[in-house]
Design a protein around this ligand. Structure first.
Ligand SMILES: NC(=O)c1ccc[n+]([C@@H]2O[C@H](COP(=O)([O-])OP(=O)(O)OC[C@H]3O[C@@H](n4cnc5c(N)ncnc54)[C@H](O)[C@@H]3O)[C@@H](O)[C@H]2O)c1
Ligand SMILES: [Zn+2]
Length: 335
């Protein structure tokens, strides 16, 4: 913490019940041993925690604990804890320092980097939020060993996304080393996490506030967010939604760039889990949900497509017919 310019005082540690049970005490103890006075806030696990009421819990706990402008909020957990705790850090006294200890694969390769914080609203995902960069991100891939299998697979969606939009070599590595990745071979995991994290840093540094190219990180997400919304956020994980969205976006890429071969990209995406059969198969409802997406530009939705594996393009003129064809292709097995 001292390396990040944070001087000892009060700090608020935010975690969820699953992660707190595993790592909360040891992190609180090591901060206390280093001289920090800690207040631990343990939230319920899961996407519904990205809410105004849980945000209030953190703000109430921090302010009644007597934090000042130099007191950091330390988020220990996955993307949910990082997003809601980060928004609390952005709001407390117009911004206190923020430290992240990402413990899920999604958080280590994606959500801990880039400074986006937020909560969900009934009208859509992540619609209330702020940019607030962390002062420090402490990533230990060893913590991933306790991650449940479903969450591991969900995180691999963001890993596959990163390779598809940016790095054809990483894409080949994922295809070749998929077995070692599924077995969570420590060296392979460490390589993959650090490559993905570095790519995210590069993309964010070039366009911190997402005025342009940063949007390529949303590959699969315009479709995916609609699926999450229609499923009521709790019905499908972010990773499964993104995998479904990437299948649809790859189909659109095939339609736009027929000279390219996306079959191996589809092969890789098809190794990711699919949504449960009962989840959101009504295409009209999904299209309606997409129109609420905050990534729309005026009346148009902005899509991220691939013009080849390892290279993404932003496209604003996707037709309703193409969108429906993407959904049919992606959800086809369930229709
Ligand atoms: N801010 C961003 O840039 C950004 C980017 C990508 C995703 N996100 C957000 O991140 C969220 C998804 O992230 P997530 O999948 O990490 O969600 P999550 O925080 O809900 O974590 C998934 C589950 O794994 C558990 N868990 C986390 N680490 C664990 C560990 N080491 N051992 C055992 N269990 C552990 C959690 O308790 C939870 O039950 C979504 O809300 C998404 O919108 C944000
Ligand atoms: Zn994502």
């Amino acid at each position: 913490m001292a390396d990040a310019g944070l001087s000892v005082g009060r700090c608020v540690i935010v975690t969820d019940a699953n992660v707190g049970h595993l790592y909360g005490d040891s992190i609180e103890r090591s901060l206390t041993d280093a001289g920090w006075r800690c207040r631990l806030v343990t939230l319920p696990p899961g996407e519904p925690t990205k809410s105004l009421s849980q945000l209030s819990e953190i703000l109430d706990a921090a302010l009644s604990f007597g934090v000042d402008r130099s007191s950091p909020v330390v988020a220990v957990g996955g993307g949910v804890v990082g997003d809601v705790a980060g928004l609390a850090a952005a709001l407390l006294m117009r911004g206190v320092p923020f430290v992240k200890v990402p413990t899920s694969l999604i958080a280590q390769v994606d959500s801990s980097i880039g400074g986006k914080t937020g909560i969900n609203h009934a009208t859509g995902k992540n619609l209330v939020g702020a940019f607030h960069q962390p002062s420090l991100v402490l990533t230990d891939t060893g913590k991933l060993s306790s991650l449940p299998l479903a969450e591991w697979m969900a995180g691999l969606s963001e890993v596959v996304k990163t390779a598809l939009i940016w790095d054809a070599d990483l894409f080949s590595l994922l295809l070749d080393r998929w077995g070692a990745i599924l077995d969570r071979d420590p060296q392979t995991v460490s390589d993959v996490v650090s490559r993905c994290a570095q790519i995210k840093v590069t993309i964010v540094q070039a366009d911190e506030l997402e005025s342009g190219r940063r949007a390529i990180l949303n590959f699969g997400h315009t479709f995916g967010h609609a699926l999450e919304k229609v499923a009521g956020y709790a019905g499908v994980t972010h990773g499964i939604a993104v995998a479904t969205g990437m299948r649809a976006a790859l189909h659109l890429s095939e339609l736009r760039y027929p000279e390219q071969d996306f079959s191996r990209a589809l092969e890789l995406v098809n190794r990711l889990p699919e949504p449960a059969e009962a989840t959101a198969t009504n295409i009209d409802e999904l299209v309606e949900a997409m129109l609420m997406d905050k990534k729309r530009v005026g009346d148009r939705l902005r899509f991220v497509l691939l013009d080849r594996v390892g290279s993404a393009v932003l496209v604003d003129d996707v037709t309703d017919q193409e969108i429906r064809s993407g959904w049919k292709f992606s959800l086809g097995p369930f229709k």
